[in-house]
Design a protein around this ligand. Structure first.
Ligand SMILES: C[S@@+](CC[C@H](N)C(=O)[O-])C[C@H]1O[C@@H](n2cnc3c(N)ncnc32)[C@H](O)[C@@H]1O
Length: 223
């Protein structure tokens, strides 16, 4: 129930953001977006963009890659569809309204899963990352770009204070690296408590502008 409420709040927030999203976030997130695309294209092939939003990144991929985009917000996706039509992006296989936690794709359906500025907007980041692993082929990669909350210091205090307001904007600014590290440790391909999670390996964690508060994180799905 809380999950449904959270998703409804996120969908409502992004319905409000959709008309002005490109203007507000287009330039701010540009460097991270380009870095994520470069990382995804090192593997290439069939790429899933989760939380594709207004599709700002789609024209920047090489036309050699096949792209699928999903997002919870229909108004954001409408913008993405208009962009695909206007830019005649023939390599975009499809765009669909879908919850990142329940992806309607077969296991190992993609070479790369990219999620830019998304993982702190979903109600259950760990379960959502599990779903990313499921749809990534062994040897493929999961590429995240995201704000990661500071663990200590003034920025951590500021983020804690800002958290209630940010949640109303569909964002959890206090989400830190430790949660991702704990999630990855559980995905070592070994059985824990009777459940074996698919193995992942951290390949890269790099600070990104603005101000290094964002990070590019790459996980490989173990073969
Ligand atoms: C900050 S925007 C990022 C959009 C785009 N990736 C970009 O870089 O501009 C976050 C996006 O994640 C989407 N989102 C949030 N929760 C989601 C969920 N549970 N499933 C799918 N998309 C979700 C939002 O609708 C929004 O479009």
């Amino acid at each position: 129930m809380a999950d449904q409420l959270d998703k409804a709040a996120v969908a409502k927030a992004y319905a409000r953001w959709a008309p002005i999203y490109d203007f507000v976030f287009g330039a701010v997130f540009e460097r991270g977006r380009k870095a994520a695309i470069a990382a995804a294209e090192r593997i290439g092939g069939r790429i899933l963009e989760v939380g594709v939003g207004t599709g700002l990144s789609l024209p920047d991929y090489s036309s050699a890659n096949r792209l699928v985009g999903v997002d919870l917000s229909a108004p954001m996706l409408r913008k993405a569809k208009a962009r695909v039509a206007e830019r005649q992006l023939g390599n975009v296989e499809g765009l669909a309204v879908m919850d990142a936690r329940h992806l309607g794709f077969a296991d190992a359906a993609f070479d790369v899963v990219v999620a830019q500025y998304v993982i702190t907007a979903v109600p259950d980041p760990e379960a959502t990352l599990d779903e990313f692993v499921r749809v990534t082929r062994p040897g493929g990669e999961i590429v995240l770009v995201n704000h990661l909350g500071a663990e200590t210091g003034l920025r951590a205090i500021g983020e804690k204070c800002f958290a209630p307001l940010a949640r109303r904007l569909g964002w959890h600014p206090e989400f830190g690296w430790q949660r991702l590290a704990r999630w990855a440790a559980r995905h070592d391909g070994v059985e824990h408590g009777g459940v074996e999670h698919g193995g992942v390996e951290l390949i890269e964690r790099r600070a990104m502008p603005p101000l290094g508060h964002f990070s590019l994180i790459r996980f490989a799905r173990k073969a």
